[in-house]
Design a protein around this ligand. Structure first.
Ligand code: ADP
Ligand code: MG
Length: 423
């Protein structure tokens, strides 16, 4: 079998250079600066965000770089390596949500949408701008290339429009960043038309290097949780399945609808209001509710409530101050495995590619492995000894070949820094 292909992260020098070069080529001018924002992987806490639960993402070393220059009018001009021959031109006064005459095409929605959302939020009027995007976050791999775009735009506009919300990379203003996150979420929901829950943008904007971010999606509060993998001799291997599944459109919305229906039947605002101790009784009530989908609602609810509990327990383990080794490491792995199994069996949002990646990683000695992100394709993660990354990746390549799957790609997920400006 062929050797595993790792997607490298652009360095602090390379990323800004490529974005600035593209800017000069397209606009024949110098950008005011280059800003960046990372993709993310979620360690645990999946499909909990829209239920008001906990998630635990890290920022990837893989980032979107945006070279940007403020304009004195209300025009937006955008270019990326995919569109370098044709610069897209938009008018800040004409853009609007999806389904309206101001609808914005393809990736422009994630950039122009942030400007629109900031103005909707009363932070305008903003200046127009020219921007060149260069990103190494794999697109559509469940690693939030979309949030990386939005957050890079948000920190750039924050600075050129003088909003003063983001702070600096060394002294980030967390409350201000939480504010920018809401604009990014609104851009994704309303302008791009993707009903995602907010974890991605919070991770890209509010993570810290060497840490995972405990995110309470009920109120947006966060805690930095020590997660220094290199120090522990560990690595978090990301497997981008490259799986393309049809018929998954609408599945995300269907899961959200099931959760809302369950909460309604249980008389709670959000499923996060059901503590793990009250789960058996809640499941009995759902089973006896007479709802046509009662059996499905039971399983969806069981996933959400147990997943929030697993996330809380994993955070407690990481915060106890002892090295990530021995019985503690085994327990972290067990919680990650439990998450995947629950997503596979109760939430039914895995797919054969995700299950094979996870099963293979476990068989090759991963401490824990699970799908990450929304599921139905996208990526899986495996917590492995640093010295065994290549062996696990090779095993997965071989297993994929055996199953006739697309060849997967791999990333090394070092917990990295949040969105900011290139020095
Ligand atoms: P994910 O966020 O998991 O990568 P999404 O479907 O949410 O997947 O976002 C992918 C979309 O983001 C793409 O379809 C594209 O519109 C936009 N996008 C992300 N990165 C880039 C890029 N480097 N160039 C152009 N568009 C991009
Ligand atoms: Mg996305």
């Amino acid at each position: 079998p062929t050797a595993p292909v790792f997607s490298p992260a652009l360095s602090d020098e390379e990323g800004p250079r490529l974005a600035a070069e593209l800017f000069r080529e397209a606009f024949d001018a110098e950008p005011d600066g280059v800003w960046y924002a990372p993709g993310r992987v979620n360690v645990i806490g999946e499909h909990t965000d829209y239920n008001g639960g906990l998630a635990l993402p890290i920022a990837l070393p893989h980032r979107a770089f945006l070279a940007l220059r403020r304009r004195e009018d209300r025009t937006i001009r955008l270019v990326s390596p995919q569109t370098r021959d044709a610069v897209d031109v938009l008018d800040l006064d004409a853009i609007g949500p999806k389904g309206t005459p101001g609808e914005v095409r393809h990736w422009n929605a994630y950039v122009a949408g942030v400007a629109w959302a900031l103005e909707q939020d009363g932070l305008g009027p903003l200046p127009g701008f020219d921007a060149a995007l260069y990103s190494c976050v794999p697109l559509g791999g469940g690693l939030s290339s979309s949030a990386a775009l939005e957050c890079a735009t948000a920190v750039a506009l924050d600075e050129v429009a003088g909003l003063g919300l983001a702070g600096t990379p060394t002294e980030p203003d967390d409350a201000g960043r939480a504010h920018l996150v809401t604009a990014c979420v609104r851009a994704e929901n309303e302008v791009a038309g993707a009903p995602t829950g907010g974890m991605d943008q919070s991770a890209s904007m509010r993570c810290a290097a060497g840490h995972a971010l405990e995110l309470d999606c009920r109120d947006g509060s966060t805690t930095q949780v020590p997660f220094d993998l290199a120090e522990a001799g560990l690595a978090l291997l990301v497997i981008d399945t490259k799986a393309k599944h049809s018929l998954v459109d609408g599945q995300y919305g269907a899961r959200r609808a099931s959760c809302e229906r369950s909460a309604e039947l249980l008389g709670v605002g959000l499923l996060a209001d059901v503590p793990a101790s009250a789960l058996p009784e809640a499941l009995d009530r759902l089973a006896a509710s007479g709802d046509a989908d009662a059996e499905v609602l039971v399983r969806r609810t069981r996933h959400v409530v147990t997943e929030i509990d697993r996330t809380r327990r994993l955070v407690d383990l990481l915060q106890d101050g002892s090295p990530l080794a021995g019985a503690k490491l085994a327990e972290v792995g067990t919680l990650m495995n439990g998450s995947h199994d629950s997503l596979r069996d109760d939430y039914e949002c895995t797919c054969p590619e995700l299950d094979v990646a996870v099963d293979t990683a476990r068989a090759l000695g991963a401490h824990g492995a699970r799908m990450t992100g929304g599921g139905f394709g996208g990526s899986a993660i495996a917590l492995v000894d640093a010295g065994r990354v290549d062996e696990v990746a090779r095993g997965i390549v071989a297993a994929y070949a055996e199953h006739g799957f697309n060849e997967p790609a791999f990333l090394d997920a070092t917990p990295s820094a949040p969105a900011g400006r290139v020095a």
